[in-house]
Every structure is written in structure tokens, then in C-alpha cells.
Design a protein around this ligand. Structure first.
Ligand code: AMP
Ligand code: MG
Length: 396
């Protein structure tokens, strides 16, 4: 069985971009993935301007200045000061020629047309210089970046009104199992409601760059699974299918995929989630998820979603799940677990720093134990965990 991190890397390498590009108006680009690096068209700031409401002065050695004019934001005139002169100026206004400093309003005193200062003026204070943030030609946003609100603002600040983005990744989601019933139907004995499909669809709804296709529940029938996946592969970039990925006679997704395309990898040394695999049907990438709901969730969060994001064009480093460190508020000695475990944990902030502790109900069929968890705690295989030791945690 392959180690989790090795598996994640292999999967993400396989999944790199499979969609074409399109141009969209800036106001429809939020949440999409940039298909082309964009370059600053001008310096930023584009001109020297005032960082404060106050007075632009010429002559740092003067004790008084004569007021001549007012420079407001948006004033298009080119104003000039001579030695001993000052001008009222507002935040964002262009700096008059010969300005030595802008004195903030709070540190000034005006009588008639004479300005004096209650503090000693410092050369260049309160002036934002042209190009101090970015020079024309600098990279504003990198290809593969997710266009969040800040990125949209930055592109707008440079006059971009449309952006080249990757087309939406079409993802079909299926669950399998003769025992599964949709929420609107009556349960018969030994049937259960399908929790994975609504959960996986909910995970995908966060991503504007994904077009979700709800494929429904498939029975444990090889012909039906094969026919359905074959059809879905022609209309989707990627297929996610949960259940039937293990080794039982009723686990038919693996044989179906082998028949239609190929399995590139199957089984990872993780708990929960061992029967996770991936492959392809023609151009369509397929991921097999475990049926147990927590295993399905954990593998989708840590492996499935990152893979879909890179397939959708996102930069691989941005697509990896966010993680940070927290101290173990527990110990596992000896840890005989042969697979890397991702325990559902609670995170709390103490004077000692962030601390994690596993919650109750760690069974891979127990979604209720997952609901109140803030993080997945990464417990390396066969490695004792000492209280106070730093561990990697993945926020969920
Ligand atoms: P499987 O991977 O198909 O062998 O399923 C493993 C376990 O997960 C079984 O107990 C299934 O009943 C359960 N299971 C599979 N799919 C789902 C689902 N979509 N929702 C809830 N439980 C499921
Ligand atoms: Mg099954």
C-alpha cells in the first residue's frame, strides 16, 4: 500500500489541467481560475499622491507657509509649490511639484492664509510614491491562481475588464450500493439513506470553477455501473464514485473501471480510507472513494478535492489542502496502527498555543463524530504520540 503523501503527490501529478480556456468579464470571474498570468499595465501607485488629509509644504526649513490652493482627489491639474508655500491636500490627491512633505491635518495650525506646524516636518512623510507597490510589467497574478475577491480587486485596479480563465471542470458524482435510498423515499429493512452523495455535492458547491453533475445512486450491478460510467465519461472531465471500491464480490466499481479504462492506483495506507483509487476512462479522470461516509469525506477532502482543483487548472501548491501545526493534548503509546491515521479532532487555543484532541466516535461509519471536529489530526503510522508533541492538522 502506498503512503498517503506519496499517493497525494502521484494523484496530483496525474490530475494536472484538463480543461480549455475562455475569456469572461471581470464581474463574472470571481471563483474561477486564471489561465494566463497578468502583468501590471502601469506603476502602482500610478502617480505620487497623498496618504493623508493635510497640507503639502515646500521648504522643510520654514516655520510658516503661505497657503495657495487646494489639491483634492481627482483634481486633474498639475499644481506647483514654491519655497515657503503650502497647499491644502486630501488623501489620494496628486502631489504638487516641489512638495517636500505632507503634514497631517492634526499637526497643523491655520490662521488666515498662514500655516504652521505643531510637529517637525520630515522629508517625504505621508507621500505614496509612484511605483512603490508595483512597477509596470510586474506580475500581478499568476496563471493558475484562484480569483478571490482580492485578486479581482487587484485586476480591476489595473484596468482589466475581462480575464482569461479555465473553463469549468465538469464533475459527475455517483454513489453505489443496493442498500442506498435517496432521502425522499421510505426505507425498507436493512436499507440506509445515501449520505455520501449529498455530502460530496456539498463539498463541490464551494467551488465556482466546478460544474456539478449529480449522477444519482447506482445499484451493485456490473452492467449498469459499466454502462453509466462509460456514458458519464463522454460528458464529464472527471467522475467521483463512492462505494464498491473494496475487495468484496459486490464491489464492482473497480472491475467496471478496469473494463472501460484503467486503474492507475488503488489502495492507500490511510485510516479511514484504504480503498481509495484513481484511473481514467479515455480523457476522463475517475476517482474511487470508499463507501463508509467518514472515509469518503476524509479522502475527498485530502485527495479528491486537491486533484479536482489541479485538473481545473489551479496551481498545485494552492490546490494542496491547507494545514498547520498544533500540540497533542493526548498521547498514543504504543501506536501500533500500520496505516497513517486522520483522527477527527477538536482544536482549542490555550496559553500553551493551539492544542488538539481526538473526539469520540472515530468509526469510519460515524459521521456524527466528524460534525463537531474542526480538524483532521495526522497521526503517522506506527509512531508513538507524546503529549505536547507538535502534529500536523488539516482544518475541515
Ligand atoms: P462499500 O464501500 O460499498 O463496501 O461500503 C462500505 C460501507 O459504507 C457499507 O456499510 C455501506 O453501506 C456504506 N455506504 C456505502 N455508500 C454509502 C453512502 N453513499 N451513504 C452511506 N453509507 C454508505
Ligand atoms: Mg457497497
Amino acid at each position: 500500500m502506498m503512503d498517503f503523501y506519496q499517493g497525494q503527490e502521484a494523484l496530483l501529478q496525474q490530475a494536472s489541467r484538463i480543461v480549455d480556456t475562455e475569456t469572461v468579464p471581470l464581474n463574472q470571474a470571481a471563483g474561477r481560475i486564471l489561465a494566463q498570468s497578468i502583468i501590471a499595465t502601469t506603476d502602482s501607485p500610478a502617480f505620487d499622491n497623498s496618504a493623508m488629509d493635510g497640507y503639502a509644504i515646500c521648504g522643510l526649513d520654514c516655520s510658516e507657509w503661505q497657503l495657495t490652493d487646494t489639491a483634492a482627489a481627482g483634481d486633474t491639474r498639475q499644481l506647483t509649490l514654491q519655497h515657503g508655500q503650502a497647499m491644502r491636500i486630501y488623501t489620494g490627491a496628486g502631489i504638487p511639484v516641489n512638495t517636500d512633505a505632507v503634514i497631517m491635518q492634526e499637526n497643523t495650525c491655520v490662521e488666515g492664509l498662514t500655516l504652521s506646524c505643531t510637529s517637525t516636518p520630515v522629508a517625504n512623510e505621508n507621500i505614496r510614491r509612484q511605483g512603490e507597490e508595483l512597477k509596470q510589467g510586474a506580475t500581478l497574478l499568476e496563471k493558475g491562481a484562484l480569483l478571490n475577491a482580492q485578486a479581482i480587486g487587484l485586476a480591476a485596479s489595473q484596468g482589466f475588464s475581462e480575464l482569461q480563465v479555465y473553463q469549468k471542470l465538469r464533475v459527475s458524482v455517483f454513489t453505489t450500493g443496493d442498500e442506498l435510498v435517496s432521502g425522499n423515499s421510505q426505507l425498507q429493512q436493512h436499507q440506509i439513506y445515501d449520505s455520501n452523495r449529498p455530502m460530496l455535492l456539498a463539498c463541490l458547491q464551494t467551488y465556482t470553477f466546478i460544474e456539478i453533475i449529480d449522477g444519482g445512486i447506482l445499484p451493485d450491478n456490473l452492467d449498469i455501473i459499466t454502462e453509466t460510467l462509460s456514458k458519464a465519461a463522454t460528458s464529464s472531465h472527471s467522475i467521483i464514485i463512492s462505494g464498491g471500491a473494496s475487495v468484496g464480490d459486490r464491489d464492482l466499481v473497480k472491475p467496471a473501471l478496469q473494463q472501460l479504462g484503467s486503474i492507475e492506483h488503488w489502495k492507500l495506507a490511510i485510516k479511514p480510507g484504504k480503498p481509495f483509487g484513481w484511473g481514467c476512462i479515455g480523457e476522463c479522470r475517475v476517482m474511487l472513494l470508499p463507501g463508509n461516509p467518514v472515509a469518503s469525506f476524509v479522502t475527498f477532502k485530502l485527495l479528491g478535492l486537491p486533484a479536482l482543483q489541479t485538473a481545473a487548472g489551479r496551481h498545485i501548491l494552492q490546490a494542496l489542502p491547507e494545514c498547520y501545526q498544533a500540540k497533542a493534548a493526548f498521547s498514543i503509546i504504543p501506536n501500533r496502527q500500520k496505516r497513517r491515521e486522520f483522527l477527527r479532532g477538536s482544536l482549542r487555543y490555550t496559553n500553551n498555543g493551539p492544542e488538539v484532541i481526538p473526539l469520540n466516535k472515530q468509526g469510519s461509519h460515524m459521521l456524527s463524530g466528524c460534525v463537531n471536529a474542526q480538524v483532521l489530526i495526522d497521526i503517522p503510522a506506527q509512531t508513538d504520540i507524546q503529549q505536547g508533541q507538535w502534529l500536523i492538522v488539516y482544518p475541515i
